[in-house]
Design a protein around this ligand. Sequence first.
Ligand code: PLP
Length: 395
Amino acid sequence: MNLTDLKALEERYLMHTYRRAPVEFVRGEGALLWDSEGKEHLDFLGGISVCSVGHCNPDVVEAVRDQAGRLMHTSNLFYTEPMVRLAERLAESSLGGRVFFSNSGAEANECAIKIARKHAHRRGVEAPEIVSFDRDFHGRTYGALAATPRLAADPALGPMLPGFRAAPFDDAAALREAVGESTAAVLIEPIQGESGVYPLSDETLLAARKACDEVGALLILDEIQTGMGRTGSLWAYEQTPVRPDVFTSAKALGGGMPIGACVTTPEAGEVLEPGDHGSTFAGGPVACAAALAVLDIVDDPGLLRRVRELGAGLREGLLALDGVVEVRGRGLMLGVGLEAGVDAAAVAADLLDRGLVVNVPEPGTIRLLPPLTVESDQVERAVATIGTALISYAA
Ligand code: PLP
């Protein structure tokens, strides 16, 4: 089937919720993708921070093949070893408490929201509130959506869940003001990803931690995009002065298999009890086997150091280009701010023509989320391609 036929079928049979680029990818290896016309692309989007160990990483493929050939699903009514081993690995690499598995990032946040509300009720709070930042993105299910102020403001999708409140981004004083006796949790991204790669300052993170501690609320960090080594540490919070009570992971966790996790401290891990939460597919052996293989690769000080070094080199190379005014982010999660008036969407389309895959999370910003295993000559190639494309757009 050629691309024209695919487009026609997609137009007819899929709900019109996505704007897709005019390309069909058929194969991937490492940081490279090939389209249906045989053209090679360098993937600096990594399936939106999912393919962090590269496309079709042989260890992940082997783990999936092996597990799929033995046992794919039993439900959570029974024990399976990959799930238990993965929970141990996630807990021991972070907060030391417990894990609830999900199938996506939004669902991991649903679990965190449920923990926060129940935890608040135990404190005697009747109408618990979750505080997030303007322009945060936590997902599309109704709980996660309610914590995503920009999307929750759409009246066509209402009514929203009650009990959510937004504070201006990175405003420590406003956050302190928003947190009170009825606050169940502050749910925030350590680096906003979908809204354009905006890191939260240490000052605001410390203010959030302190405000939560004062009222007995939980600090929940959404590490769905920042986690699993993306910023140069296994979890982004490790490079900040705070430790959350709960964090959520998904995206890169399964190396392409759908899986999410809500990870807690020992105390927060005691909140949910039998019957409080569940999922048919979550924690399935194939997704967990994939995630264990991914962790074997990314939970490695050498790889994490390399992410920081490659990220620093990428940032330096980008900042030297005409048309680039700033580079935000950490490790290999970078937002490239373009000169005023440069049409980032047109640049991204041009880059796709030139065989470099990126995306545009907001007007004026190009987002780069390459595989963490990207080669240094591929980083140089990406910078050169962006530089060449920008020549025709920059003033
Ligand atoms: N939270 C953050 C920070 C995200 O970047 C995303 C997805 O982009 C989500 C939550 C939602 O994850 P999912 O699309 O897997 O539901």
